[in-house]
Design a protein around this ligand. Structure first.
Ligand code: AR6
Length: 231
């Protein structure tokens, strides 16, 4: 029920749509264990049109920096499709740098259904948010707000009214949210990445010097937020 590909001696798993992988090994960890786990989407690389090569370099660089700072926690990059370019770029670059595959791996699936569909326990998920921290708008933001119910909107408003590019806000999920009851998610971390899309606010007009700086800051804010939950 799963594809395991070995690259540079490391195992990375991709699981087929909505097939449970309970009791199987996710490259060193058990999929149904209770290791503190952050599942995160690739920030800024779809609607915000950030360059995938540059983004994949930054993801691997920041993961490398933070795997040692999150104790027994682990990081999981998620995307919807087996054909995801960002997942394959990151897998290749992480393998080249020998990033510990029990602390970091990639999964194909919907970030709002990792437990119910994949048997993977993630207690924290990240959202590629908009600056107003509003539901809707498409992408992973729409999926997370919709799956979490009004509880997430309410809990988010209590924490922050807006977000600056590069910043993250940790929102504890009320236990009545379907994402909590069904998926076991206790926190959502909203992150606002750099925007390269001229039709969205705060477009950086292809300024990748600033864009890369802001994307690095986004991942630092996200992983620090996760580290604060693990502690
Ligand atoms: N599960 C896992 N990954 C997903 C899902 C999902 N349900 N949906 C999308 N992705 P994007 P951005 C992946 O566009 O580029 C929003 O409208 C997707 O394939 O969601 O940071 C906000 O309101 C891609 O790899 O975020 C903002 O205005 C990644 O998630 C704006 O878009 C991020 O894609 C943010 O744009």
């Amino acid at each position: 029920t799963q594809n395991i590909s070995f690259r540079s001696g490391q195992a990375f798993e991709e699981v087929k749509d909505c097939e449970r992988v309970e009791m199987t090994s996710f490259a060193g960890g058990n999929a149904s264990d209770n290791i503190p786990t952050l599942a995160f989407p690739s920030i800024s690389t779809a609607d915000f049109q950030f360059n995938l090569e540059k983004a994949s370099d930054i993801i691997v660089e920041k993961v490398e920096e933070f795997v040692s700072k999150i104790g027994k926690g682990r990081l999981v990059l998620v995307d919807l499709s087996h054909g995801s370019k960002i997942l394959s770029l990151v897998r290749t670059k992480a393998a080249k740098k020998n990033v510990d595959s029990s602390k970091f791996f990639t999964v194909v699936g919907d970030i709002t259904q990792l437990h119910s569909c994949k048997g993977l326990n993630c207690n924290v998920i990240a959202n590629a948010a908009n600056w107003r921290l509003r539901p809707g708008g498409g992408g992973v933001n729409a999926a997370i707000f919709s799956a979490a119910g009004p509880e997430l909107e309410c809990a988010t408003k209590e924490r922050a009214g807006s977000l600056k590019p590069g910043k993250a806000v940790v929102v504890p999920l009320p236990p009545t949210s379907p994402l909590f009851t069904r998926e076991g998610i206790t926190h959502v971390i909203h992150v606002l990445g750099p925007n390269m899309n001229p039709h969205r606010p705060n477009c950086l007009n292809n300024d990748y010097a600033q864009g890369c700086e802001v994307l690095r800051e986004s991942y630092s804010s996200l992983f620090e937020g996760f580290a604060s939950i693990v502690r």
